[in-house]
Write a protein that binds this ligand. Sequence first.
Ligand code: AMP
Length: 215
Amino acid sequence: MRLVLMGMPGVGKGTQAMRLSESLGVVHLSTGDILREAVKAEMPLGLKAKDTMASGKLVPDELIGDMISERLARQDVGSGFILDGFPRTIEQVAILDRVLEQRGTSLDRVVLLGVSEQEIVRRLSGRRVCESCGAVYHMESKPSSKGEACERCDGALAQRSDDTEEVIRERLRVYREQTLPIADAYRERGLLVNVEGTGAPEEVFARLQAELVAA
Ligand code: AMP
């Protein structure tokens, strides 16, 4: 299964992609996670992307293109992948087409997860992430039983630097202007599947699985 999972920031792409990757036995590739790792490790890629990420804007297509083509060339993507957070611009759609064509393969489905913008701001502003293992919590709907520490590894919970209200609004603007048009492009190709993203993660996952089986 070669899948793209798209939707507004905070719609639950990461959570659902993780579940799907387990159930389908394919790798989960999140460009946001790869970039955050590179920032944390102070790698050249991270240094180039850091300020742009903090502002809520998109890092240049060329940088993302090199990163993703290197990643898709690795052995572990042989049985498929779930792309989370990529492609995000029309140019990135073309980059992905080229990379897949070179590898003699193509996408099976593009899933668009949808929720209201109001719900997105609520979800993102309450989101907390473990600085050690990356586990995700929410102050209201999924608090850690250990307060400010991670239930899994006792690591410190922190707010992502781009989860403040001002940056969230900018990320949503960028999404509407640059990313939403790619849903139309995939719809025209007959690849797009719409899935309602409201409700508990397990409800959304059940819907997602049903749609993928039906599609
Ligand atoms: P995410 O975790 O997917 O919300 O990504 C966090 C930030 O990383 C975004 O706001 C962008 O600055 C950057 N980023 C992640 N994926 C991409 C992409 N495909 N193209 C450009 N920038 C990206």
